[in-house]
Ligand binder design. Sequence first.
Ligand code: SF4
Length: 93
Amino acid sequence: MPVNIKTKLGVNAYKIDPESHIAINHDVCKTKCTVKFCTFVCPARVYTLGDDGLIHVEHDGCLECGTCVIACRSDALTWKYPKAGQGVQYRFG
Ligand code: SF4
């Protein structure tokens, strides 16, 4: 029986680093980006546009795929891997 992506993502485990590995330069984001690609491309929906007009980041669900770094054309995003031993742990099975 086929398994959908939501179910597959549900088997991952996360060791959450309280310090975010993702940072947004809000000045650049607000002035240079009108599309907010990160809110569309992230498979984990880490980015949301708040009522305050700022991008909000929930780094603890990050899948470490790197898509957002490529999609952010205004270079408003700083992304690094979480500290060693932290972040997503993929489970296959
Ligand atoms: Fe989302 Fe992938 Fe960027 Fe993590 S690395 S925030 S999962 S797009």
